[in-house]
Design a protein around this ligand. Structure first.
Ligand SMILES: C[S@@+](CC[C@H](N)C(=O)[O-])C[C@H]1O[C@@H](n2cnc3c(N)ncnc32)[C@H](O)[C@@H]1O
Length: 266
């Protein structure tokens, strides 16, 4: 136990000495291959003469989040305000569009500076859809965390409700703010049905509380998507998802983006 505490403290403090966004040059080789036309050539060969629309977005598989015009139009607007990578935002966009066909409100749990909330606002506004988008966050950072978590109380405090309000207001979407700590803010939220819930809260207890709140309200076909499932800093969030669904009929589907989702069965 002592060793774990020392180890956590070592990595936690080491990370605080480094820049917040450490970019690993894992895409470097891919970028070089793109710029020399390797993937274009490879795609033509692999297609064996068949027509391939969006040829430049095969690297080697189709990667629409790297330039598909509809997505780019949304992502360029949210990029400065989100921690969520383009591939994950692409998944969110598709689930938002899916959920628009269903009855029920949309909700996000874990908003921080509002980037992924802005994506949902734009999708609703673009479709002239007046359903509510509910935003849950303390807007003052993490609550008390549990043992084994890579975060501390107060992390993500560099935001405010006013900042996010002014970000989403120009979209004209019907955004409802629920500032404060989850689950306290659930009591008076007044939500009956949900078609889309994005849970991006990183912590074991916060994830569990969100599932208990969202699941009964999710309409058949509704989407519950977890941002943090596959990230090493959020292994306790994964534990919470697995625990919450161990006794439910839906099985969380893990994506190579790090996200996991559940589509509510009837
Ligand atoms: C990773 S950030 C969200 C990132 C955001 N979706 C984006 O687009 O960048 C996680 C957020 O969850 C919030 N959070 C975690 N647990 C919470 C709780 N129990 N109550 C309120 N907010 C919580 C934190 O305050 C933080 O703003």
């Amino acid at each position: 136990m002592g060793d774990i505490a020392v180890e956590k403290s070592f990595f936690y403090h080491l990370r605080s000495l480094l820049p917040v966004e450490i970019s690993v040059p894992q895409g470097l080789m891919k970028n070089v291959l793109v710029s020399v036309g390797y993937f274009r050539f490879r795609t033509r060969l692999a297609a064996k003469g068949a027509e391939v629309p969006d040829l430049d977005l095969y690297r080697p598989l189709y990667v629409p989040w790297e330039g598909q015009p509809e997505f780019k139009q949304y992502y360029d607007l949210i990029r400065p305000h989100t921690l969520v990578s383009p591939d994950r935002c692409w998944i969110l966009l598709r689930f938002l569009q899916h959920a628009r066909q269903l009855p029920g409100d949309f909700a996000e749990f874990g908003v921080f500076r509002g980037g992924t909330a802005l994506l949902a606002s734009h999708v609703l506004r673009q479709a002239d859809d007046r359903r509510a988008l509910h935003l849950f966050d303390s807007f003052a950072g993490m609550p008390q965390t549990s043992p084994g978590e890579a975060f501390e109380k107060g992390d993500f405090s560099a935001t405010s409700e006013a900042t996010v309000r002014s970000l989403v207001a120009p979209t004209g979407a019907n955004v409802v703010f629920h500032p404060g700590y989850i689950p306290d803010t659930f009591a008076d939220a007044g939500i009956n049905r949900l078609a889309y819930a994005h849970v991006d809260v990183d912590l074991y207890q916060s994830v569990l509380d969100c599932v208990e709140y969202v699941y009964p309200k999710l309409v058949p076909g509704g989407i519950l998507i977890f941002d943090d499932y596959g990230f090493p800093c959020c292994s306790r969030a994964r534990e919470a998802v697995d625990q919450a669904f161990s006794s439910r009929q839906e099985k969380p589907i893990y994506l190579p983006t790090g996200q996991a989702f559940v589509m509510k069965l009837a």
